[in-house]
Design a protein around this ligand. Structure first.
Ligand SMILES: [Zn+2]
Length: 74
């Protein structure tokens, strides 16, 4: 194997490594965006809690949603 071939192989390997790294970083960023995405609804407002799953208004003392009976946050 002459020196030019070795150099070409090195360049090719480096390119593959960089592309893989960029793909990994992009994937991580997408995953993080999905994990930290906020709910469309506020957890509580004006003495009312809004259900994160169905969007129904509940009083802040309610522990479960009046509509879907799921556990409310907070
Ligand atoms: Zn609900």
């Amino acid at each position: 194997m002459d020196q030019t071939t070795q150099l070409l192989l090195l360049v090719a390997a480096t390119t593959v490594a960089i592309v893989a790294l960029l793909l990994m970083l992009r994937r991580q960023r997408v995953d993080r965006e999905i994990a930290t995405r906020e709910s469309r609804y506020a957890t509580s407002s004006e003495g009312q809690k809004r259900c994160p799953s169905c969007g129904a208004y509940n009083t802040w003392t309610d522990r479960n949603c009046v509509q879907c009976r799921r556990k409310l946050p907070g």
